[in-house]
Design a binder for this molecule. Structure first.
Ligand code: GAP
Length: 512
């Protein structure tokens, strides 16, 4: 409950401080669609810059593209999205609510974890310091019973999804006694498949119009441009193509704020390799991507890999990077070894050869692909959730702050004249005019200095400077640190170097 309350506070903080607004807010919003405000867009752009530079700037064999959202409809037939990009959905006749059958079952699986954890917590209280959790989990009859039930359910569920067997999914829901969270009843309809792609029509005249889709992933734009880039860039294997762009999915269950949206943004990179070397590259990209996340300084304990046991028929390895959100560990990024499935399908459906001629082996072949795929919005959410803090101060007040990594903060430096007169505003503006080419500065002269500090804390500004009467005499300012609230006197001439050193994305990139 405490975590839920915390999450609600984060959502309202995002709105109150110009990070994320519900889309079409004055029309009461549009489900699972959101707009980014003046601070949100800066944070989002910084996340994208960090990702883009880590791919394209740091790797001489990775280049970027920006492909169109609309693509030839056959692409989605070839990729399998027309036939298989479905979610199994089920309705409850009493509440009239629609659910994803697989999500209901996954939640049931998580309930077994909660039950086991409860037993562990009870025993820990009872045995105190001598408690051996691993031994308890291996021997306690109740825990073993829950584990056995969970494993059996997992096995049955995985098989039903693999087929997919919709009747079996419904039967699992009935057998497990899963009830609708709203009506509390088991009055379920049959399970049906629901395609997640949005479609529209292209062409002016109705009779000539043809159905096209809004892309559900950016990856296919990379696959169909693979040969264009390889040839025009004279790329040699292994090499990668990176792209950032919007994707659209008609999600049935769109909950948890910007975690699952109908319009969202992806940062994807397809790395083309020689067949047979893909698992080495898969391991390489798993490690590289984890390092990218951890360089933000949120603590290694908040990340974990989830290696997929059941793989899509075209994949030979897959793992998620999960982050500890207020509602549990959740996927933020997927790393997939997709074999040569996509390229081969496009070769088949387009009738054009997209083979690579390898000058080293004198052979032509369709490359294998490792994909790294991360949602910008989900990354944004993980950062905001981790950064949000309510701190009790020594004077009894509470301050709300966003402890954002300084390199990602929307505003790097707030420039605050102590008073609105005696030449202090002019001096403050003069400082901004010197720094604004390198550093995103914000000027604020309204209210007391204390209130102005709180406003900057709430949007995550790592540094504030106060311009006071001494500034006019000695060309120095008071520099205040967001996290420690420490204040030091520094010469104006050193400001640019100090702020850039602490807040530039370059320093983040140097850790990779
Ligand atoms: N090309 C592979 C692909 O799209 P995915 O696991 O479906 O794989 C990759 O998506 C990432 O995109 C996810 O890890 C997540 O961060 C993000 N993502 C997917 N669906 C999303 C949604 N509805 N809303 C927000 N982010 C989403």
């Amino acid at each position: 409950m405490a975590q839920e309350d915390n999450f609600k506070k984060i959502v309202s903080h995002c709105k109150e401080y110009g990070f994320v607004f519900p889309s079409s807010d004055i029309y009461d919003g549009l489900a699972a669609v959101y707009d980014y405000g003046q601070n949100g867009v800066e944070l989002k752009n910084n996340i994208k810059e960090y990702w883009w530079k880590s791919m394209v700037l740091l790797n001489e064999n990775i280049v970027g593209i920006d492909s169109a959202i609309f693509m030839h409809p056959t692409i989605w037939k070839a990729s399998g999205h027309v036939d298989a990009f479905n979610d199994p959905l089920i309705d409850n006749r009493d509440s009239k609510k629609r659910y994803r059958a697989d999500v209901l079952i996954e939640e049931q699986l998580a309930k077994y974890d909660e039950k086991m954890q409860k037993e562990v917590d009870k025993a820990r209280k009872r045995f105190g310091d001598q408690f051996d959790e691993a031994m308890f989990r291996q021997t306690n009859p109740r825990v073993l019973e829950y584990k056995q039930k969970q494993d059996a359910l997992h096995e049955r569920f995985a098989q039903a999804m693999q087929q997919p067997d919709l009747q079996e999914l419904k039967q699992i829901i009935l057998d497990e006694g899963i009830v609708d969270p709203i009506s509390g009843t088991k009055n379920w309809t049959d399970v049906r498949q629901f395609n997640l792609m949005f479609s529209t029509e292209i062409g002016a005249a109705a009779e000539a119009a043809s159905k096209i889709y809004l892309r559900p992933e950016t990856a296919q734009g990379i696959f169909v441009n693979y040969l264009n880039v390889q040839k025009t860039g004279r790329m040699k294997l292994p090499f990668g193509i990176a792209q950032i762009g919007k994707a659209f999915r008609n999600e049935i269950v769109a909950r948890q704020f910007i975690f699952r949206m109908r319009e969202f943004e992806q940062m994807e990179m397809q790395f083309f390799v020689q067949p047979g070397t893909e698992l080495e590259w898969f391991a390489h990209w798993k490690e590289t991507r984890m390092k990218w996340h951890q360089a933000l300084g949120f603590g290694a304990e908040n990340y974990r890999f989830h290696d997929h046991e059941k793989l899509a028929h075209y994949a030979n390895a897959a793992a998620d990077i999960e982050f500890r959100m207020p509602f549990g560990f959740k996927e933020v990024e997927g790393i997939h070894s997709r074999t040569n499935f996509d390229l081969s399908q496009h070769e088949k459906f387009s009738g054009k050869s997209i083979k690579y001629f390898d000058p080293q082996t004198n052979e032509s072949y369709v490359p294998y692909v490792i994909e790294t795929s991360i949602g910008v919005d989900r990354m944004f959410l993980s950062i905001i959730c981790h950064a949000y803090r309510e701190e009790q101060l020594e004077n009894g007040e509470t301050r709300v702050l966003l402890q954002l990594p300084p390199a990602l903060a929307p505003v790097k430096l707030a420039v605050l004249p102590l008073v609105k007169k005696d030449g202090l505003p002019e001096k403050a503006r003069e400082i901004i005019s010197q720094l604004r080419f390198q550093v995103n500065c914000q000027y604020d002269e309204k209210d007391t200095i204390g209130k102005r500090y709180r406003r900057q804390d709430a949007i995550g500004t790592p540094y504030c400077i106060t311009v006071d009467y001494d500034t006019l005499k000695d060309e120095s300012v008071t520099l205040r640190n967001r996290d420690t609230m420490e204040q030091t006197r520094v010469p104006i001439a050193q400001l640019q170097e100090i702020i850039q050193e602490k807040t530039s994305i370059t320093n983040l990139l140097k850790q990779l």
